[in-house]
Design a protein around this ligand. Sequence first.
Ligand SMILES: *Cc1c(COP(=O)(O)O)cnc(C)c1O
Length: 414
Amino acid sequence: MTKPGFTTRHVHADRLLNHPTDGAVHASTTNSVLFEFDKTQDLVDVFQGKKVGHVYSRSSSGSVTALQNIITDLEGGIASVCFATGMAAISSTFLSLFKAGDHIIVSQYLFGNTRSFMDTLADLGIELTFVDVTSIRDVIAAKQPNTRAVYAETIANPVTQVSDARAIGKWCEENSLLFMVDNTMTPPPSFDAKAMKASLVMCSLTKYIAGHGNVLGGAIIDMGTFDWTKFANIKSQYQVADESLWGITQIKKKGLRDMGATLSSQSAHLISVGLETLTLRMARSNENALKLATYLEGHAQIERVYYPGLANHPQHFIAREQLGTYGAVLSFDLIPGIEPCEFLDKLKLVLSATHLGDTRSLALPVASTIFFENGQRERARMGITETMIRLSVGIEDIDDLVADFEQALQRSSR
Ligand SMILES: *Cc1c(COP(=O)(O)O)cnc(C)c1O
């Protein structure tokens, strides 16, 4: 049999990758914090990394390992570590790999909480340069002798800027820099992290992968493309036999074991169930988003729509060529005179809620909520207007979504 397709692999992943012995189609959910050993020497050997096993659930458990096997396969990487949330995956990874005096080139268009976390890194003495990652020239210009990494998101939200990942990945490879990509907005197979030469992929499992707004989780995946012997910050004790695992070993020990934002067994199970339908949900949401963006763009009461699928989007070509899809998040500005909160209150089907990547369509005004703390100047730099509304498009029937916007816009007529 030829290698099964992407969706087939998702649906059967738990069974085929984790081999439950009793015919179960899901890996079992471990409830134990500790693990006993018949022979104490085996406990010692697992502690020392000479044998594979679990000793304490903060560091690893069967349930989380089962999900990690699926996530690694999904992303096409060599290893992954799951965390309690996407932010835990991001913060733990940065704190395990970098130290004062390092320099990181960071996208100026970031998820709000990640942007806020960058201030914490700066306070710890890590130098950051925020650049426009839609332009490889700006990225290259930011390089310093102490630069260790570039950090970007595939499609940023809410303004939907698209990183030039292919060019950045190639340049990072040529300069032995770590290329870290948050692909939450475009989960596989849309963003081919390996082809883009990403070194580490970070992902909020809470969003499209779990997909149903009922569980939090995050992951970091090593794509196996980076030469860790060229990275100055790997501690000697984590320079294990297989050089390709140096990075993930340090993230596992310092980031997960020492910082402790462990994913629960029950959450791991819920995420693995959610991701069985990832491709179906993504296809439907993406299709809905393109139709809705086109509808909104043509409406007299909409001033502007931000969506990479529209031909007039500044990175439409990059998205088409590098992502093969345009995601399911779009933003728009209403014409002056229509107040965003009042408009959102008129929507009946679309929920006023933060979060994205859900089966349900969700909307919120961004300047007064997720980017409130950033202040107007920073918002302007990120391209966020004061009246912008972000919409995460769900899997509902498109006619119902369009009808909901139609009635709300009609009732908002000036
Ligand atoms: C939501 C999100 C995160 C954080 O994930 P949580 O699971 O909510 O902690 C990180 N990056 C992006 C792009 C996100 O959308």
